[in-house]
Design a protein around this ligand. Structure first.
Ligand SMILES: [Zn+2]
Length: 199
């Protein structure tokens, strides 16, 4: 190793970011130290605050620093429709589409047994008890059209089909293998309009 111990530690720490290998981590560390020390300090502070304060909304599981997120608390949402998505970025995509007014449930992933991600990790027991309360009349499953996304959708529909509600899954318009967060609003709107009943 050619760097001082602290610099080595910084480079190693930066490697926890997705897609950052040793070379990129080095470049980031040098850039912050040499050209952007103030921004680096700000980054450290906000990282610390965010890591300590951002949790999951008790109802929808999205990131929130309050017990329930703003969307779950809003009086302007239709509390009889629930859209199930894989991650918070998908929520942004659906919101940008502009005409979904219901609630969300964020899985924070998709079923992936090989990675140890099962129903518990996705909050599916929590989803079932939410649906069991009886206020939800329609569940729109908007997991990604990948193999894991489809398996997750199937598992969810099987888990909640005992309740009296309409279960739909978005279908048309979303390309196979695509991810919601990269799809334009028009395509996504089409996919919502063309959702199909699962059972
Ligand atoms: Zn929420």
């Amino acid at each position: 190793m050619h760097f001082s111990p602290l610099l080595e530690q910084l480079i190693e720490a930066l490697r926890c970011l997705p897609g950052v290998g040793p070379r990129t981590a080095q470049r980031m560390a040098f850039q912050l130290l040499e050209r952007n020390r103030e921004k680096g300090k700000q980054l450290a502070t906000i990282l610390q605050t965010a890591m300590e304060n951002i949790r999951h909304c008790k109802q929808c599981r999205t990131f929130s620093e309050t017990e329930y997120c703003r969307l779950c608390l809003s009086n302007e949402r239709d509390k009889t429709i629930l859209c199930i998505i894989e991650n918070p970025a998908d929520m942004t995509a659906v919101e940008q589409m502009g005409h979904y007014r219901g609630l969300y449930f964020v899985l924070m992933g998709r079923l992936s047994p090989l990675d140890g991600i099962g129903p518990e990790e996705l909050g599916i027991p929590q989803l079932i008890s939410f649906v069991a309360k009886g206020n939800i009349k329609e569940v729109i499953i908007a997991t990604n059209p990948t193999m894991e996304g489809a398996a997750t959708a199937y598992y969810i529909s099987e888990s909640i089909k005992q309740y009296t509600l309409k279960i739909t899954r978005i279908a048309h318009g979303v390309p196979l293998g695509g991810e919601l967060e990269y799809i334009d609003s028009g395509t996504l709107a089409h996919a919502f309009a063309g959702r199909e009943e699962v059972i």
